[in-house]
Design a protein around this ligand. Sequence first.
Ligand SMILES: Nc1nc2c(c(=O)[nH]1)N[C@H]1C(S)=C(S)[C@@H](COP(=O)(O)O)O[C@H]1N2
Ligand SMILES: [Mo]
Length: 453
Amino acid sequence: MTDKIEEKVALQTEDSRNQGRRAFLKGSAAVAGGVMFTQAANATGSAGFDAKKAVAPYAGKAELTDVLADNASRKTLGFGVRKYPYGMPSPFEKEVQRRTLEWLTPDSMASITMSPIHQLHGIITPNGLHFERFHGGVPTINPDDHRLVIHGLVERPLIFTMDDLKRFPSVSRIHFVECPANGALEWKGIQLNSVQWTHGMMSCVEYTGVRLSDLLKEAGIKPEGKWIIPEGADASGMARSLPLELAMDDCFIAYAQNGEALRREQGYPIRLVVPGCEANMWVKYLRRIMVHDVPMQHREETSKYTELMPDGTAQRFSWYMEANSVITYPSPDFKMQGPGKYYVRGLAWSGRGKVAHVDISIDGGRNWKEAHFTSPVLDKAWTRFEFEWDWDGSEAFLMSRVTDETGYVQPPMPQMRNLEGTNNVYHRTAMVTWRIHAWEDGKNGGLVENVQY
Ligand SMILES: Nc1nc2c(c(=O)[nH]1)N[C@H]1C(S)=C(S)[C@@H](COP(=O)(O)O)O[C@H]1N2
Ligand SMILES: [Mo]
């Protein structure tokens, strides 16, 4: 049985590759009016075409005939409508998964999985690939039974059903969400050779929900009320304190993510969205918000979500995620395909606003050139950058450095380590370096390796 399935998959792979090539040829002919053929003509004599600088390989007549020949997928019908009432990715994408490290998360109830950010495109994380972090398992909550309570130092304690929440004006915003432990494994030195491990504790989606300020105004905050303590309905009873100014600013309570209801892993039926801030404040399965005069004293946040400085003292509250960036292609999961033109791609984001610009170095930080953006530039959201690079095949050290709209510049790793030491677990947001091995470097030729510079 298994063998049969594998056989089928192998066959389909071949077919879909051919189909992919055909679609590409069709597409380029339609868009560029037969560029492929013009290039072919140039390559055989005329000036103006430099085969060495081309990204796409030259297609001769024999290859074209071969690729354009009918194949299995054109001779049989595919599957019909209603096969998947809820659509699934192609089976050929089955390696694109969130993953965990066994040694990092021995217990699946208090666990984490990382998003395969090297396999994502643009700035939106699909719901099924959103990173996951939970302290007490994922509850399956019936939204009809779920309530949100706002109480404490308020004029009118309130109880909302999920339908009540949807009657408020809605907001839809694209934001990144990042665990402050993202990158933490690399504080002391290099550990892992994949951007999924070094930066996958984050995602970026479109949330829809209701403004927290609308609900708090409805309840009426008493003058003594200075903090809110949101709490989750899962077994972990996750709770954190937020100052009222932050709560009244751009926070909202999301019921939807990328156009559909939140996934259970992400807090179904509702989660708090605290744009730009540490993900642990984004309480999932939100069941109550208590308005208080002081922050919570004895909970996890005071012991855990602090930054331990070299002298042993702790920075107690560090809410915002600093500007950060990373090159996702090429990165250690890829191997270079030979000297030639590459489009270096990556993500930049800032918890304090918009990304202003991203610079790229190919020589380990000595020289920098500006990348351009290929996505919208949004507030507290991922921004996708790209940089054209002619790789001559020699050893290179790729780095990206973001500057955000506040003027903050992403520091190099040695600078961050000197400043904060290595006791810290959180907020390791310094630059990373990918070493590209020279093409002629024996069996390592073209490998991409995580090194710290
Ligand atoms: N109720 C509840 N909310 C929670 C948590 C939790 O365990 N329970 N984990 C927090 C932490 S530490 C992180 S990093 C984010 C993870 O969000 P995600 O699972 O949607 O990626 O949720 C936060 N909110
Ligand atoms: Mo987290």
